[in-house]
Design a protein around this ligand. Structure first.
Ligand code: FDA
Length: 312
């Protein structure tokens, strides 16, 4: 209940420039952020990839940043992904590694022609990734972006059918989207949804979101695609396994996903059971939006943050 009450004010803070500049300059912040973010530079994320893969975990990598309104910034993000792909090749870990891209970071929120710009950017990243055996996932952002993101997905899949997308269980529209996306070979990441959405478009009650998440898992597990169950919630993790068994799914036909630094023990436990577990690894300097969403999800994360502040 506490988490639910705090969620809205914390998500509101994520949009405040004043709060952002105060928090990002506080000295203890860095140490806390390090728990959730793999570092600022390409070399840091490569270290994390090598370490996680040695532990039997798969990865999906996110160059932090979102809602950019400048072409130069969008281009810089594309360049960062291309640099990352080169570094993955050099480190011999490109094959099977997934890149997670937020389309608003590569042009979708530009005032003019955002959709087309994001499509071109995503295509550049996808072409480079698939050329070296890596793969691509489109993250899902606030509800106003869903139509554009699904259209870009469809476009990209014409040349790279393996491109994946995240779908947010909290949105009313998502059950229909999941039915459309559950076809052969379709990789879909099911998440609860991290944005503060209006009641006209989304479930607001956490219990309703959970029920919608279960319905979403049923659609994906019974479908012909590759479900990616992205949740730390022990109930969702257990139900996913049961549904996979009911659908006679082999372990290599679906996977669990969790965030870097969250329930690491559980990630290892599931991998030891022979399940595929993919860790979402964010890196880069623009961590503020990502970080505040993680604080909003769980009071323990917020307490951890506040404790680090006062213990200095
Ligand atoms: P939730 O936060 O509801 O927690 C439920 C329970 O899980 C808790 O009560 C607790 O039992 C357990 N738990 C959670 N955190 C824990 C912790 N730190 N330690 C111990 N137990 C813990 N969102 C989005 O809108 N678009 C996207 O593209 C993505 N992408 C994405 C990728 C991946 C790999 C993940 C895991 C998540 C996302 N998300 C996302 C975020 C997602 O929408 C959601 O906000 C968070 O995953 C939190 O929801 P959960 O299902 O994890 O459980």
């Amino acid at each position: 209940a506490v988490a639910f009450l705090l969620r809205k004010p914390i998500l509101a803070l994520s949009g405040s420039d004043t709060v952002r500049s105060v928090i990002t300059t506080l000295p203890p912040t860095r140490a806390v952020v390090d728990r959730f973010v793999a570092g600022e530079h390409t070399v840091d994320v490569i270290d994390a990839v090598v370490r996680l893969r040695e532990q039997g975990l798969q990865v999906t990598l996110d160059h932090l940043g979102e809602y950019t309104e400048e072409k130069a910034q969008a281009d810089a993000t594309v360049a960062a992904y291309l640099e990352l792909i080169d570094a993955l090749v050099v480190a011999n870990v490109a094959a099977g590694t997934e890149l997670s891209v937020k389309l608003s970071a590569v042009g979708q929120s530009l005032r003019d022609g955002g959709h087309d710009y994001a499509l071109a950017s995503a295509r550049t990243i996808a072409d480079a990734a698939y050329a070296v055996g890596a793969r691509l996932n489109l993250d899902m952002e606030d509800h106003t972006t869903v139509d554009s993101t699904l259209a870009i997905l469809a476009d990209l899949r014409r040349s790279h059918p393996d491109v994946a997308v995240a779908v947010q269980a909290m949105l009313f529209r998502s059950e229909d989207d999941l039915k459309t996306l559950a076809g052969p070979g379709s990789r879909v990441r099911l998440v609860k949804g991290a944005y503060d959405e209006p009641a006209e478009v989304a479930h607001k009650d956490p219990a309703e979101v959970d029920l919608a998440y279960v319905r979403g898992m049923k659609i994906l597990m019974a479908g012909e695609g590759y479900p990616m169950i992205a949740s730390h919630d022990p109930r969702m993790v257990a139900i996913a396994a049961q549904l996979a068994e009911d659908a006679s799914r082999a372990p290599d036909t679906w996977e669990h996903q969790m965030l870097y630094g969250i329930r690491a023990d559980e990630q290892h436990r599931l991998a030891a059971l022979g399940r595929t577990v993919r860790v979402y690894v964010p890196y880069g300097t623009d961590w503020y939006g990502y970080f505040t969403r993680r604080l909003a999800e769980r009071p323990a994360n917020l307490l951890f943050f506040l404790r680090a502040m006062v213990s200095r």
